[in-house]
Design a protein around this ligand. Sequence first.
Ligand SMILES: [Zn+2]
Length: 511
Amino acid sequence: MPIFPTPHKDELLYSVVARAGVYAGIRNAKVLAREILDKEGTTATLDLPSRVNHISRLLASTKRYTSESLIYNHTLFPLYAPFVQDDTRALAIQRMSGNAVGPVHLMLGIAASRVKTSQSLRYCEKCARLQILDFGESYWRRDWFLPSVPYCRIHGSLTILDDNKAHRKQEFVPLILPRMSLGLSTQDSEILTAIADMACDLLHYSPKPSPSISQWSQFYQDIASNNGLTNGKSIKHADVFEAVNETVGSNTLRKLKLFPGENRESYWLTTMFRKQRKSFSYLEHLLVWKTFLANERTQDILDRVSQIRALGEAVGVSTTIRTHDEAIVRSSVVKENREKWSALVDSLGVSDGRSSRTGGALYAWLYRNDNQWLLQFNLSHKRVTRGRTSRVDWRARDINTVRKLIGIKRTLKDNPGKARRSSNWYLTQIQDHRISIEKNAEKVPLTQLFLTKYAESVSQHQIRRLCKVFVNKLWDELPIVKWQILREAGLSDRTITAETKIFATKLKLEM
Ligand SMILES: [Zn+2]
């Protein structure tokens, strides 16, 4: 093999091998595998290739690529690593490097997962064109191959190549644009584009030990209690689902095959918020983070989970302290921060305290260093305030919220969007205090007035879409054809409401 190309940023190893083939004039996987990987019978694996140490050796002269760095920077491994037990993670690295044999996909739970990997080639045409401008060639980027999420973090939907999977495994296909125009395009989805963005952060998370299952269990327990989704010790699973469903949308959940079936007990979201027994896929984790931790960076979340001392693992602060001196210093800092936090919670309450200017860092510190105390304190504080008048300044919050809502409504004029602007939609846009506002509707009369006045009903939403299509037709002097207008407005006889029907009749669109 004369030259082996160095990988571009985020380029899949599959793609690097394919480019090596282009330079050498070889496409057949068997021949390429023999020439490059020094082994016959290797199939072209997109996501988690094996024999990575051999590629690392081919790149030895650059002194930049160890097997581990290739695995972490040029495969989809980081999508799985944080969510499996740490010994599984270490063994998977061994196997992918080529230092141990065995199927990697099986041990990472991919074969059995609800979230299926795709064997089809996919790409973002806009990104690929930019690659050509930057590098004079295009290549397969790993974040185009997120299982179940065919979206570019910047441009949205990807093009999926309608190729024969069995055939593709036999060759390393390079990304060359002119031959790509046969592809199928996915539909635009805002939420999945956002998930793709979070998944990219996950791909760039540096190699670290994986959190344990009990740390994950504790983490989701905390999410539930911080969002008022617990009843004593038990989780309100129906409310958890409502929140996720509201953020992600039921259609998207169905499309991802993550919508609940008959048996809610074994539903993934239910089992995730219980004491976990097995790992969950990156997609399941990210959908929940998007719902409850929308403002936090993916990296920060992962760091935080690793710091959790799960219930049952440690008794008190003192057990982790190594020396006597350190213990004294630590205990005084702990004491000081406990006092600061309780003062803050007294004046603002737990969730507002957390989102206040100084509260975030304080909460994070206590979460890491004094976890048990913090959880106990927050829990007991919740019990005290519930039922009594809370110290939240509802009047100020009401005015603040309504200001934000009016701002959002103004921006809608230029870009009305496709989504229905329901009350929940508006509240999701403001993010802050969303759940407390929903739960305390009677304390925020201005917000309620706004929502009653401006939130769209299903019919209003349908009529808005209908009008838009109708007016565009008139404007462009196109014929008014009922079925065309309905289809373009995304309406069907099955979904159309009685109110919309009456309106359509007035437009002389007989139903
Ligand atoms: Zn793109």
